[in-house]
Design a protein around this ligand. Structure first.
Ligand code: SAM
Ligand code: SF4
Length: 362
């Protein structure tokens, strides 16, 4: 040890103590508590709907004459941003922007850019679900904002069938959008609603096409959400039956891969791609639920299949937004139900929930 060095340390410690002793006392900022519901599930995933509007009218999702919300009821982009920051502060690490069709909302890229700045600073993943009709013109901007993976809905590769199913002739734009996403370096997962008598016969080809393009694909059972023209019972197709059929053609090896969500994955050995299945009707997936949904009007729905809700727009627009937001989130954690109670077996029955998926945010 050099002579005098001990003295220097002593002097340094004395100075530090002086600084501590004379510093004004500021209250220690405690880190806000993470969101945990009453079944001890840690909530870390927000699906945020930015609009209930859409440029398609998928028959299982909404009627042709869908009544959309008046624009003034919808949160502004600033409010959506502020709300998201509040959620990130409470430990939400993944945000999925959805709708309706998120890319039909004007200036939506501004929100992606603003939230992209939180990546690595609380937020771990920013993503979206889209029908891809407008993706060709937004893919590069999304990638630049920090989006890495996206979900794209695609129920058929047949132009006429697409038109019947979505009531719009838009398959070519969608395929352009999917190609643009790949080109921009976005990892694409396709979502396909499996429907009896609609696209059942095409599912193997759709999976083979997706895997050939390097995209994983997840099949979804149709859910009884909101009134549509017609009865969904007619087209309900249990994925257990689809699986049986696919196993005649391919080897499906169950995979450990998990998105933390409701999908169960298999590797299709012959194609090398992953196949997910979301089976809300035939298999309950609620035990590991880590998510909440917020509509474009700021209503928080802790369960897709439940009626429980908390009005965060009122909290945001109150005199004490931070305090009321905290109260709203505490309420949401308290009322989040243990599981949903979907049932689609009864012909002519009311939907399990009156809200369309496009309103709650799919
Ligand atoms: N418009 C975007 C899209 O289609 O990807 C995002 C919103 S959309 C409501 C999200 C997902 O919900 C889509 O994959 C769609 O197929 C699915 N969906 C809509 N209504 C549904 C229903 N009743 N049952 C099952 N899935 C549904
Ligand atoms: Fe629009 Fe998506 Fe609903 Fe189809 S599923 S009508 S694309 S919101």
């Amino acid at each position: 040890m050099r002579p005098g060095s001990q003295g220097s340390i002593y002097l340094y410690m004395t100075r530090i103590r002086d600084v501590i002793d004379t510093a004004p006392v500021t209250p220690m900022r405690t880190k806000p508590a993470p969101l945990v519901d009453s079944f001890a599930r840690r909530i870390s995933y927000l699906r945020l709907s930015v609009t209930d509007r859409c440029d398609l009218r998928c028959t299982y999702c909404m009627p042709e004459r869908m009544q959309f919300l008046p624009r003034k009821e919808v949160l502004s982009l600033e409010e959506l941003h502020r709300l998201s920051l509040g959620f990130i502060e409470r430990g939400i690490t993944k945000i999925r922007i959805t709708g309706g069709e998120p890319l039909v909302r004007r200036d939506i890229i501004d929100l992606f850019q603003a939230l992209g700045r939180k990546l690595g600073d609380g937020l771990e993943e920013l993503t979206l679900t889209t029908n891809a009709t407008q993706l060709a013109s937004h893919a590069d901007a999304l990638a630049a904002a920090g989006v890495k993976r996206i979900n794209i809905s695609l129920d058929t590769l047949d132009r006429a069938r697409f038109q019947t199913l979505s009531r719009r002739d838009a398959l070519s734009q969608v395929l352009e959008g999917i190609a643009a996403a790949k080109e921009a370096g976005l990892r694409v997962k396709l979502n396909t609603v499996a429907m009896k008598g609609v696209n059942e016969d095409e599912l193997p080809d759709l999976i083979a096409w997706a895997h050939g393009q390097g995209h994983d694909l997840t099949l979804i059972e149709v859910m009884p959400l909101g009134e549509v023209d017609g009865d969904r019972v007619d087209h309900f197709l249990p994925l257990s039956a689809v699986r049986e059929n696919l196993e005649k053609r391919w080897t499906l090896t169950p995979s450990e891969k998990s998105s933390g969500g409701p999908a169960r994955y298999d590797r299709v050995e012959e194609t090398g791609g992953m196949l997910g299945m979301i089976t809300p009707l035939t298999n309950n997936f609620c035990a590991g639920c880590n998510r909440i949904r917020v509509t474009a009007t700021g209503q928080l729905f802790p369960c897709l299949g439940g009626g429980e809700q908390v009005d965060l727009r009122a909290a945001l627009r109150s005199d004490d937004p931070d305090g009321n937001l905290a109260k709203g989130l505490a309420e949401a954690m308290h009322i989040k139900p243990e599981r949903h109670h979907f049932d689609i077996s009864e012909r002519g029955a009311q939907p399990a929930q009156p809200r369309h998926m496009s309103v709650t945010g799919g």
